[in-house]
Structure formats: structure tokens, C-alpha cells
Design a protein around this ligand. Structure first.
Ligand code: ZN
Length: 117
């Protein structure tokens, strides 16, 4: 989940997950009351709707497009009881393993280099 705003005890997040659209797209004509249906995750259908609407009514050329998203306020996760040094472990671990792989590979190359020299 993506954090948007942090309060004292609450965090505003973007709601993500199965069945939750990234965006809900809709558009309305600024000349008349016509509104497009709403479409999940894809702005193309409302663009097509605008063009069709203008084809039907050539003087209706200005539209208000909206994208709606789900936000959720959740309790702020309590800081872990373990020291903050452990938080970096998630990143430092793979980096460390990657470095070790690189060093191992270099070590394998060294005898070859010595042979070339
Ligand atoms: Zn219209």
C-alpha cells in the first residue's frame, strides 16, 4: 500500500488489492448533462465516448474528465520493538548477497587473469 499522508496515529493510504481498480474514469459534457459510464483502469473508453458525443452534437466540445481512486485511512503501524538497524536488513541483505556473488565471480576470474598475464 502506498502511504499518502501520515497523521499522529493514522495513515492515509491508496487502497490496492484484488478487485480494487487503480482508477475509475468518467467524463461529463460541459454543454449538456450527458455523462459517460464509469470505466475501471482504462481512460480510453471515456475518450471514445467524448468523440462520439461530439460527433452527435458538434457544438459539444468541452468535457470534464474525472479519475476516482479509493483511499483508506489505517491505524499507523506501531514501530517494531527491535532496533531500527533491523529495518535496513531487508535491503542490505540482498545487496550483501549480491556483493558476495560478485566477489566470488571476480575471485573465479583472478586465476584466469593471472594466467593471461
Ligand atoms: Zn453534450
Amino acid at each position: 500500500m502506498t502511504e499518502i499522508v501520515k497523521g499522529a496515529d493514522w495513515v492515509l493510504t491508496e487502497e490496492r488489492g484484488p478487485g480494487v481498480p487503480e482508477g475509475i474514469y468518467g467524463v461529463e459534457c460541459m454543454t449538456c448533462e450527458a455523462k459517460s459510464p464509469l470505466f475501471d483502469d482504462d481512460p480510453l473508453p471515456i475518450a471514445v465516448w467524448c468523440i462520439h458525443h461530439t460527433q452527435d452534437k458538434p457544438d459539444h466540445t468541452l468535457f470534464l474528465a474525472r479519475t476516482e481512486r479509493h483511499w483508506r485511512v489505517v491505524p499507523r503501524p506501531h514501530p517494531p520493538a527491535t532496533p531500527p538497524a533491523n529495518d535496513g536488513g531487508g535491503i542490505a541483505g540482498p545487496v550483501f548477497v549480491g556483493l558476495m556473488c560478485l566477489l566470488t565471480a571476480l575471485a573465479g576470474l583472478l586465476p584466469g587473469l593471472q594466467l593471461v598475464n
